[in-house]
Design a binder for this molecule. Structure first.
Ligand SMILES: C[S@@+](CC[C@H](N)C(=O)[O-])C[C@H]1O[C@@H](n2cnc3c(N)ncnc32)[C@H](O)[C@@H]1O
Length: 263
C-alpha cells in the first residue's frame, strides 16, 4: 500500500506547493477537517463513476435510512462496532455520536479515497478506519485486540460482488459477531436475503422508503443455541487512527485490490 502523507495533506492550505503524488486528491483538502455536504457528494459521485459496482449507489444514504438502521442498536450495552463500507461516513458519524465513550468503531473500507477522507474528517479516538475488505473483519479485530463485535453495520453491495467473496464475508461476519450481537444490513434489493438466511437462519426484514433508492433492511442474529462464546475483548487498545490490512483471503473485486498492512 502507498502510505499517504495524511498529516501533510491535512495541514497544507490551498495554493501552497504540492507534489505530483498529491495532485490527484487536491480537491478534497481545500477545507481541512471540515467537510461540506457538497464535498461529500462530489467525492461519492466521482467514486461511483469509477467503481459503480462497488459503491452500488450514486449518493450516500439518507438520514432516514441511517436513523432507521440505528434504531436497532442498544447503545447502552454495545462496546464494539464494525462498519463495512463507511463511504464518506454517513453512518460512521452518527454511530460515533451515539455510542458510549468507551466503545470502539472499526470501519472497513476498500476505497482509498474514502479512507483518506474519513481520516481527515473524523477525528475521534474511538474510531479505527481500516483500508481493507469486510472479508478481513477478523484480522482487523485481532489487530486491535478486540474480540467479537456487538453490532456489524453493513452497506456494501452484496449482489454485485463475486459469490465466493459474498459467502466469505457473510461467514466471517457470523464468526466475529458476538453471540448476542446483530448484523444490520441495508441494500436496495432483496437479492441477498437467501444468502443471509443460509448463514444466519431467520432474518428480520424492514423497509425504508425515504432514501435514494428505497432500502431493504435485514437484521441478522445467531441461530438460537449457536455457541461462539469467547466473549468480547473489551475496549480498544490505543487511539483511533487509520490502519491497513494484508489480504488474508483473495478479494478479487476492483476496489478491494491489494489491501495491505501498515500498522
Ligand atoms: C453503497 S456505499 C455505502 C456508503 C455509506 N455507508 C452510506 O451508507 O452512504 C458502499 C460502500 O462499500 C464499500 N465497499 C464495497 N465493497 C467492500 C468490501 N468488500 N469491504 C469494505 N468496503 C466495501 C464501497 O467502497 C462503498 O464505500
Amino acid at each position: 500500500m502507498i502510505r499517504l502523507p495524511a498529516p501533510a495533506l491535512v495541514r497544507r492550505r490551498a495554493g501552497s506547493p504540492r507534489s505530483s503524488s498529491e495532485r490527484q486528491i487536491v480537491f478534497i483538502v481545500s477545507s481541512p477537517q471540515r467537510s461540506s455536504l457538497s464535498e461529500q457528494l462530489l467525492l461519492f459521485g466521482r467514486n461511483f463513476f469509477k467503481h459503480p459496482r462497488m459503491l452500488g449507489s450514486l449518493i450516500p444514504s439518507s438520514r432516514f435510512l441511517v436513523n432507521h438502521v440505528l434504531r436497532e442498536v442498544e447503545w447502552d450495552r454495545a462496546r464494539v462496532f464494525l462498519e463495512y463500507g463507511p463511504g464518506v461516513g454517513t453512518f460512521t458519524t452518527e454511530i460515533l455520536r451515539r455510542m458510549r465513550p468507551d466503545a470502539v468503531l472499526v470501519a472497513l473500507e476498500t476505497n482509498q479515497d474514502f479512507v483518506r477522507f474519513l481520516g481527515r474528517k473524523l477525528r475521534d479516538e474511538r474510531l479505527h478506519v481500516v483500508h481493507g475488505s469486510a472479508a478481513d473483519a477478523d484480522v482487523a479485530l485481532a489487530r486491535l485486540k478486540l474480540g467479537h463485535a456487538d453490532y456489524i453495520i453493513s452497506g456494501i453491495p452484496y449482489t454485485t460482488m463475486p459469490p465466493q467473496l459474498r459467502e466469505a464475508i457473510l461467514r466471517k461476519t457470523r464468526d466475529v459477531l458476538d453471540p448476542d450481537g446483530a448484523f444490520l444490513v441495508y441494500q436496495f434489493t432483496r437479492a441477498v436475503l437467501p444468502h443471509l438466511q443460509q448463514v444466519f437462519g431467520s432474518v428480520q426484514e424492514e423497509f425504508e422508503p425515504l432514501n435514494v433508492m428505497p432500502a431493504r433492511l435485514f437484521y441478522c442474529r445467531h441461530h438460537v443455541g449457536h455457541s461462539n462464546a469467547e466473549g468480547n475483548g473489551g475496549p480498544a487498545n490505543g487511539s483511533g487512527r487509520q490502519v491497513s490490512l494484508q489480504p488474508v483471503a483473495p478479494d478479487r473485486t476492483a476496489s478491494a485490490r491489494s489491501p495491505r498492512l501498515s500498522g
